[in-house]
Design a protein around this ligand. Sequence first.
Ligand SMILES: *Cc1c(COP(=O)(O)O)cnc(C)c1O
Length: 427
Amino acid sequence: MQFENSLAFAQSLDQKDALRSYRDQFHFPQLNGKDVIYFVGNSLGLQPKNSKAFVDEIMEDWKNLGVEGHFYAEKPWWDYHERFSSTLSKIVGAKPSEVSVMNTLTVNLHLLMVSFYRPTSKRFKIICEEKAFPSDQYMLASQVRFHGYDPEEAIVTLKKRDGEHNFRTEDVLKTISAVGEECALLLIGGVNYYTGQVFDMETITTAAKAKGMFVGWDLAHAAGNIELKLHEWDIDFAAWCSYKYMNSGPGSASGCFVHERHHGLKDIPRFEGWWGHHKKERFLMAPEFVPEPDVNAWQISNAPVLSMAPYLASLEMFDEVGMESLIKKRDLIVSYLEYILNEVAKEVKGNFEIITPSNPEERGTQLSVFLHGYGKDIFHYLMENGVYLDWREPNVIRLAPVPLYCSFEDVFRFGEVLKAGLSSSEL
Ligand SMILES: *Cc1c(COP(=O)(O)O)cnc(C)c1O
């Protein structure tokens, strides 16, 4: 498509946008009486207007029913988590029995590593990406130490080539080959949080499994953003937070996936609790643990339904829209943002470098931009002028025009604010 840098053109794209009505289903923060341009849905998604009703329903049931709400609430609390599996499984490409909601992301990764990181003196290494999200780095290092190994020796980081911003699949495969039988686990972020690069999860998973490693993916920036086929790709486990692209609210419950191959095993190591006990016998309070036959065997505590409620609300919208149309709009709006950035760069003679891959197959909703020669002032200028985005040292801005609620007009207006900011003599 031939893009134009004009308000009329952006508005014409909005007119043709099949998802445009969804914008009205979200609350936007206001600045000077106007909706902000919200490009930080990769950090915290906006609040869908229907989510309050889902929370209120639980507050009402609790008020009116007390403990009886566990079984007699409108949506009973004791198996509330099961309401997610059907919709969520479609979003991540899994069977309903493989997907559940519990805890929070880093907690889930720790718990899943109990099952899928079982080091021995010959096979104790972990492959992850260099500069992984800090929480993942802390998690991996502490797990390695917990098992009595040295993170310096055990953790092998995938490297980028000098002068390049993204990982090459061929280099990842080389590392997998080289570490081979010494590697117990490969655990990478499916979409890199800093650059927005999407890894070729299928190819990498296949290669790692051929060497006998367990394979897990941290899908924090992937769930609700890119197409996933967790079951088909034969991934062992995955987890994601729901408050980024899935709009479930701050600190809301995390999703997790365990391939059905690992269900129903008697001796799989796992930290267990009563919510993972077989549903039919959970309240018999018998001394012996009988696991749920599916991913819910990994459940531990009774479901924090108040924090899960907005996630369930949000899934209704995802189900209605479907990932396919979401991805279609995503590709168009991200390409338009890329075009606008390049136009602005020409006009202000700015030295921008989009470090996210230009191939749509290798990116999702986020573009990360190096603003060479500009300081953090430009970030403050944008925020003060109604563009919410984020800043990562040394001088990278991350922009996520989320397809459910961002418009092409937002992208155009962002370009105007950026241009004004970069041209202003104060910066
Ligand atoms: C956002 C994010 C997290 C956050 O973890 P929490 O446990 O939800 O705080 C972890 N890993 C990655 C890759 C992330 O992007």
